[in-house]
Design a protein around this ligand. Structure first.
Ligand SMILES: [Zn+2]
Length: 442
């Protein structure tokens, strides 16, 4: 179960407690609800207390970032809180693109000719695109929040997909790559990245990929990374003891010789995040993607963003995960639009200027509970409200959006803070889980 975060009366973090204890404290009147998402209580009398070390672990992903808090109890390490943070990168990109196109259309229509201006902007080095920057900011927001409300003593993040140091400069020829199982995981991640996570011969993505020798070992090929690619089982079988050229794919032999140069670009967001996390004043541990996968496979945990986060780095070994743990789903929804009014498809004002954003004490993005007692919409709705000046709100719940719910039925449970929350799904039960054995390099 997800633990409840606990603050003392001075808002200093105490050890998160289980939900039964929190319920007891609340009914006895010893605590009050401090926040709904993540559920946090504040004790009314208590000042300070013993805490166990808690590690806040992050696995930054392009669409979803896994976040886990792992407590180091005497009995072992255990996930006490987890969440999946979904970024809005694509939405940001789409909006900026649309704004750019509308502006261009407006500028060039019915105006005199203006010579194009280009290369006239100066940007600071290392600037990330807005969609990427938003990921960094989202993660930092949550690292800040969680370390404020729980006794975090160590941050742990996945910095790179594969450890090129450990791989001894993967593509330097002459170096045989024989460094045990963890090294095998680094090679595998590297190859998947290099070959775009699809079969190099038939481009299939929907089946398990095997590591394949371009020049087969039987023909004198080596285990060097520059002789390896990924292929599906069928292609691997059919190719047999032929080289890639004989198999009809001369381009693969060419591509194999070129090392993955843009590994640094792929990881730019993570490095930017690392630089910002490094100055937070907490101890910071970094891990590689290969290591994460290795830890997860060793412990036979299923694949999920928050589980990957728990498995990051050296501290990701021997972690107990409760199969019924349901992580909090957090979706970046942004705050408001900066647009002063909506525009029509030609980019000209369509509506009157925006009115105030607070209506009847609610604003769009608030999480509300609506108990509708009569009419066709009779029922209980817990979700995100979109407010309307008319007083009839839309409420979005995990099952869909219901329109036209009167504000009188609504009670705010969490004020808008830029995120949309849902309770996550528990893992598939332990019996249906399939243990996958790590695939070795043949
Ligand atoms: Zn194939």
């Amino acid at each position: 179960m997800q633990r409840v975060l606990v603050l003392d009366k001075n808002k200093n973090p105490l050890m998160p407690c289980n939900s039964a204890r929190a319920r007891q404290l609340l009914t006895q009147g010893k605590a009050a609800v401090f926040r709904q998402y993540p559920f946090t209580i504040i004790l009314k009398e208590r000042d300070g207390g013993d805490v166990q070390p808690v590690t806040l672990k992050v696995d930054p992903g392009s669409e979803t970032t896994g976040i886990s808090m792992v407590a180091d109890f005497k009995a072992g390490k255990r996930v006490i809180w987890a969440g999946d943070l979904t970024h809005g990168g694509q939405q940001i990109r789409d909006r900026l693109l649309s704004r750019c196109q509308i502006r261009r259309g407006r500028r060039s229509r019915k105006t005199r000719y203006r010579a194009p201006r280009f290369l006239n902007r100066r940007r600071a080095g290392g600037k990330l695109a807005p969609s990427l920057q938003s990921r960094v900011e989202n993660i930092l927001t949550w690292v800040g929040r969680l370390s404020r409300w729980s006794p975090v003593h160590l941050l742990s993040m996945e910095l790179v997909r594969f450890d090129t140091q450990l791989m001894e400069n993967a593509e330097i020829s002459g170096v045989e790559y024989q460094q045990g199982e963890l090294a095998g995981y680094q090679v595998r991640e590297y190859l998947l990245e290099k070959w775009g996570r699809k079969c190099a011969y038939c481009q299939a993505t929907d089946r398990p990929l095997e590591i394949e020798h371009i020049t087969p070992k039987s023909r004198g090929g080596s285990n060097r990374v520059s002789n390896l690619t990924v292929a599906c089982h069928d292609c691997n079988r059919r190719k047999g003891s032929q080289t890639a050229i004989e198999f009809g794919h001369p381009s693969i032999q060419q591509q194999a010789k070129q090392p993955l140069k843009d590994a640094a670009a792929v990881n730019a967001t993570r490095w930017a995040l690392w630089r910002r996390m490094d100055v937070l004043g907490l101890r910071l541990e970094v891990g590689t993607g290969g290591r994460t996968k290795f830890n997860r496979m060793q412990q036979k945990h299923p694949k999920a963003h928050w589980i990957d986060a728990a498995c990051v780095g050296e501290s990701g070994e021997k972690i107990y995960i409760n199969p019924s743990h349901a992580p909090l789903q957090m979706k970046a929804a942004g705050h408001q639009s900066r647009q002063m009014c909506r525009v029509d498809k030609y980019g000209f004002p369509r509506t009157s200027p925006k009115q105030g954003r607070v209506h009847f004490g609610f604003q769009t993005g608030d999480m509300v509970k609506a108990v509708v007692t009569k009419g066709v919409k009779c029922g209980i709705y817990v979700g995100r409200a979109s407010v309307r000046a008319s007083g009839f709100f839309n409420i979005t719940t995990p099952t869909g959006t219901t329109q036209g719910i009167n504000y009188r039925y609504c009670t705010p449970i969490h004020k808008s803070d830029g995120y949309f929350y849902e309770k996550g799904e528990a893992l598939p039960s332990a019996t249906t889980r399939v243990a996958v054995s790590p695939r070795q390099i043949q």
